[in-house]
Write a protein that binds this ligand. Structure first.
Ligand code: ADP
Length: 271
């Protein structure tokens, strides 16, 4: 068959069935392929817009519920049942707020609206702040936390809030996927012109076949131990995007199920 005939076969004006090696294939003409691509692009954009809108719509009533729960704390006569219910409401609202924030960040990243407020910051301060905001979680879960950070400042160009969010997410996961009494370690050090922070846990671990997908959007492990605690599978995607927006990188490692995990963030150091 001449080249021209071949082109006519593959790029004819009608969509047609072609048979290759006995396998029937549907061949789309270029016009249809393009309009299908446009449809998919539009549908994808609408989905992103919908997620952003959903996030915004949910954020405000959640804020109101959160405030109402705080107010209740100052008033009612507290019986043990009341305290349990109050704690449960507080935990669930915190969880929902976290999910909604992840969705909003994701839509900010995918739409390109998320802008970093870069400044010269000490990464050790950022990591300490992240640890501080999770201290009550860690205490409640009875985890042993070891923090090893250099005594001198480790300067990076970064957005303080966004980098704190990265370490809050990693540490929250480390705590979430580690049973009570387990060990969490945050180890910061320098390596040439890199600032390195490792968040390690002795928790449920990650199967080798899962590691390559761990940062994928909406990805969650199937294992029952993980599934019962998992959220939307958005957090690590947001974390990776935030680290990459800073020009850095992140890796995940684990020796397998039950053997703990380690997430390592690499950022360029400012001297
Ligand atoms: P999720 O909200 O589901 O935790 P993430 O994107 O933060 O979403 O994490 C994706 C999946 O990666 C989790 O559902 C869990 O299966 C796995 N994972 C994340 N961190 C850890 C960890 N420290 N140990 C074991 N598994 C983890």
């Amino acid at each position: 068959m001449s080249e021209g005939a071949q082109d006519a076969h593959f790029f004819g004006s009608d969509s047609s069935d072609s048979s290759v090696g006995g396998i029937s294939q549907r061949v789309q003409p270029p016009g249809q392929t393009r309009s299908r691509l446009e449809e998919l692009t539009t549908a994808n954009r609408r989905k992103d817009e919908f997620l952003a809108m959903l996030g915004h719509e949910l954020r405000s009533p959640l804020g109101t519920i959160d405030n109402a729960i705080r107010l209740l704390r100052c008033q009612a006569a507290e019986t043990p049942a009341w305290q349990r219910t109050h704690a449960l409401l507080q935990r669930q609202v915190r969880r929902m707020t976290h999910l909604v924030d992840d969705l909003l960040d994701l839509s900010g990243i995918t739409s390109g609206h998320l802008r970093l407020q870069l400044e010269r910051i000490d990464l050790c301060v950022i990591v300490r702040n992240a640890i501080e905001s999770l201290e009550s979680n860690i205490r409640e879960s009875n985890h042993q936390l070891t923090v090893l950070l250099p005594d001198e400042p480790v300067w990076v160009q970064g957005d303080a809030n966004r980098l704190e969010q990265v370490f809050v997410n990693l540490l929250a996961n480390a705590s979430r996927y580690t049973n009570a009494g387990g060990e969490l370690t945050v180890y910061g050090h320098t390596q040439g012109d890199l600032a390195v922070v490792r968040v390690r846990d002795s928790g449920i671990g990650i199967e080798p076949h899962v590691l390559p997908h761990i940062f994928d959007l909406f990805w969650r492990a199937d294992e029952a131990a993980s599934r019962s605690k998992a959220g939307l599978g958005v957090g690590l995607t947001v974390v990776r995007n935030l680290v990459e927006l800073h020009g850095g990188s992140i890796t995940a490692a684990s020796a397998g199920t039950g053997k703990g995990s380690e997430f390592t963030v690499f950022l360029s150091r400012e001297l």
